[in-house]
Write a protein that binds this ligand. Structure first.
Ligand code: ATP
Ligand code: MG
Length: 393
């Protein structure tokens, strides 16, 4: 059983939000509750500009730490030992026992940081620091005080209970999901789009996703891979809806009617149109893609301009200036990489031309799309009607 009975949550940017600060704090508390719910009955509460998590007796420390590391809005968090008796004798003993348990060699430089949130406590913060330091030096002969650069910062906060902590675990940063609207992620089975979704969620945005499936050209396993990726993203972004659109007939029709070197661009324009339909339906305020300048033919400046032309909502492309290796690094950190590199074909690779245009001419693209007039509306309607919606928890 862990000696830590609580966590002190530190947040950075949401502290800057002026009058809206409480909204961000509330969203942060809610997201922490969501993250810890499957792990037991935790109490999450705000107190004097701090967020605390109180743990149940039988909680799993490692699991809890892992869950907190995924809650956006947390800049860092500290496992805390709580002391119910705050009289001086009990408190000094508890701090000494903490040192003994955490640092069995008891050989380091330290500084005591005291915070007296309970102003009725009879000893002032500077005196707590001084007296606690003296007590520890007496109990552990190898300790030394270093007020400028201590190896261990020993924090003692006195509230209705006293809190002791000295370890700070980095959180993911960002803003609590749900504090900043919702966007629709175009989620393929590749490396880039899951990272793009993660990055926008990190700025406090809730995420739904749309995947274009092209059976029988893309297999059930390709679809399952996208579902797996959505689950991985939802570990950070919370619950999401995944819209699986059957794109086969639209792709085949484009393939039949349009010049093959323009296939990818025209197909991508239809993906954007369909994604926007579901985005509006779900009250999203933007689209998200994993596009990165120059990565492939459909991601040159000209191609992106051609794709973007059909969008009426903002399109967020958080990876636009990222090198592949930097994207891979994030994919590895958020544990989507191994899933993304499973070798199941996606719908773009099957219909891709040998020599796709890299500088599409918008007039020509619009002209080619006119060749779709006869049947495209009906095909779009069917695609929208037959969408499969998967709830990702
Ligand atoms: P990714 O690694 O995300 O698949 P990519 O480098 O393979 O990206 P493209 O295939 O050109 O690049 O796709 C660019 C973006 O378009 C993707 O990041 C994704 O947002 C979206 N996209 C591509 N294919 C699909 C699909 N089948 N379903 C949903 N979105 C897609
Ligand atoms: Mg792809």
């Amino acid at each position: 059983m862990s000696m830590f009975k609580a966590f002190l949550i530190k947040y950075a940017e949401i502290g800057l939000k002026g009058n809206n600060r409480y909204l961000f704090e509330n969203a942060l508390c809610d997201r922490i509750k969501d993250a810890l719910k499957p792990l037991g009955t935790f109490r999450v509460f705000k107190e004097q500009g701090r967020v605390f998590v109180e743990c149940p007796e039988d909680y799993d420390y490692e699991e809890t730490v892992e869950a907190l590391k995924r809650v956006f809005g947390i800049s860092s968090f500290c496992p805390v030992v709580t002391v119910a008796d705050t009289d001086w004798e009990s408190l000094t003993k508890a701090v000494g026992d903490y040192v003994e348990a955490m640092y069995p060699d008891a050989d380091f430089t330290f500084k005591v940081f005291a915070k007296r949130a309970d102003k009725n406590y009879p000893i002032s913060s500077p005196d707590i620091c001084g007296m606690m330091g003296a007590y520890l030096l007496g109990r552990f002969p190898n300790l030394k005080v270093d007020v400028h650069n201590p190896e261990v910062s020993l924090n003692v906060e006195i509230r209705t209970k006293a809190y002791i902590y000295s370890v700070e675990i980095p959180g993911p940063g960002g803003m609590p999901v749900g504090s900043n609207g919702k966007a629709m992620l175009l989620l393929s089975g590749g490396i880039d789009s899951p990272v793009a979704g993660y990055m926008i969620a990190k700025r406090g945005v809730s995420v739904d996703a749309v995947y274009f499936h092209a059976p029988p050209y893309t297999s059930e396993r390709a679809k399952q891979k996208v579902i797996d990726l959505a689950k991985k993203i939802s570990r950070y972004a919370g619950r999401m809806k995944l819209f699986v659109v059957n794109f086969t007939d639209i792709q085949l029709y484009i393939y039949d009617q349009c010049p093959h070197d323009e296939l990818t661009i025209i197909m991508r324009r239809y993906m954007m149109r369909i994604a926007e339909h579901f985005a509006k339906q779900e009250n999203c305020l933007g689209l998200i893609t994993g596009e990165s300048l120059g990565q492939v033919a459909s991601q040159t400046m000209q191609s992106l301009a051609a794709t973007n032309e059909v969008c009426t909502m903002p399109v967020y492309r958080p990876l636009i200036a990222f090198d592949k290796k930097d994207i891979v690094e994030i994919a590895e950190t958020i544990d989507t990489y191994e899933t993304s590199i499973q070798p199941y074909e996606d719908c773009c690779t099957i219909f891709v031309a040998k020599h796709p245009v890299t500088k599409p001419n918008l007039k020509k693209i619009r002209h080619s799309e006119r060749k779709l007039e006869e049947k495209i509306d009906e095909l779009l309607e069917t695609a929208l009607k037959t969408v499969e919606i998967i709830e990702i928890e």
